[in-house]
Design a protein around this ligand. Sequence first.
Ligand code: NDP
Length: 483
Amino acid sequence: MTSTSGRPVGDNQNSLTAGARGPVLMEDYLLFEKMAAFNRERIPERVVHAKGSGAHGTFTVTQDITKYTSAKLFSKVGNTCDLITRFSTVAGEKGSADTARDPRGFSVKFYTEEGNWDMTGNNTPVFFVRDPLKFGDFIHSQKRLPGTNLRSPVVMWDFWSLSPESLHQVTILFSDRGTPDGFRHMNGYSSHTFSLVNANHERVYVKWHFKTMQGIKNLMTAKADELAGADPDYAARDLTTAIDHNEFPKWSVNIQVMTEAEAATYKVNPFDLTKVWNHSDHPLHEVGVMELNRNTKNYFNEIEQAAYSPVNIVPGMGFSPDKMLQARLVSYPDAHRYRLGTNYEFLPVNRPKCPVNTYNRDGFMRFDDNGGDAPNYEPNSMGGATEDKRYLETPSTVAGDSGRYNHREGNDDYKQPGDLFRLLTPDHQKRLVTNIANHMRGIPEHIIKLQLSHFTKADPAYGRGVAELLGMAVAEEELVGAR
Ligand code: NDP
């Protein structure tokens, strides 16, 4: 055993004192080093997705999509790359229960030969808000009240009822999929629209779908509630135990594809994060398989310090005009710089497995060779790394007057949640409205009425189902006209 400076330790049991009864001497380097390190063990937890776990794995390309992308990863069927995943709940703190009714984060870092490609997705294809200006407000409504430090269904439903674009995600949240049975039995979705670009610089828009090959399995509400007390780490335990037993979970990785011409005329805004692309319009195409096959050795090193960001794409990929995506491209690296420090991408779990030739230097905790004595400016005539025009972004056309456009105008927030309600079995519909009514019981009537109007606009049976359970005998016309 040594100190952190490498000095051999002679006694790790007894403090250095003046006499057997003390006091402790200031020169007990070991005592003060240990206490100082202990005081600094915690880094800020993620403001969302604080509770998570994950594993290492492999991605294998199964279908040729070179007509869509020039990414080297997809250049040949059979190509593989290493990856690491992190699954999480969203609203709870780092010690909260894995089985909470909450969306699940579904993040994957693919270590490709052209840099890291991160999928920073969820287990749901849509989200609660479509304008990033509302993101912080939404999360505040899910977190603890400033006064009592309690979480409050009143503020959750207050925000949701005043934000009808949330209805699609709220419906998924209170359906059986709101409490997945661990992480192995749920799908992952990019949710956002991204793009792929081929060798001829032609772009298509894509949505990514990771379909569980273990089958969808959800926990009934009573079981999820019971496990929250009996085994709050249920999902983490399930994942790591399965991998320990060589039961490697797999997901088939699929894309939905939309051409730029189709995007211009699609029936909904294809860049609206509260909407899906119907499978009948844009079917799934399998492109690969993801397998998780190695547990982490050190949670802090490999999971807590892992930093995923949708801005991490590779050549042959691109973004989309989705406003939420555009904001996340900036806010995720910003959050990581705050949480982990400016050099977070040099941490082993985040460091690409391909060469990194950047002119960025210095900063807190730069722990690699910091570029050695190579030039730290560009252009230079010293043989430093240079740009390569082959990797220019494919141009996209952007037009329009600047302005704060009303994101609700011309949007139907009810059709797709209604479609989802109608595809659930009667039993599942019953559980959905029961979960909702139990959560809403006791909140102010004006909030309930407004929210009931949203359910009713999605489907009259949806509104009626919740209203009946809440003992609200409200005429349908009144509900539909409530806004
Ligand atoms: P389809 O009939 O082609 O597909 C229905 C989809 O719903 C399937 O992907 C199914 O997932 C999923 N699903 C089933 N139960 C639930 C649930 N409780 N919560 C969330 N998703 C569920 O439908 P469309 O593509 O025409 O879309 C109809 C509705 O289905 C949409 O309005 C949307 O709410 C929902 N949906 C659509 C998705 C899409 O990308 N098009 C993705 C997910 C949901 P699975 O096959 O894994 O069982």
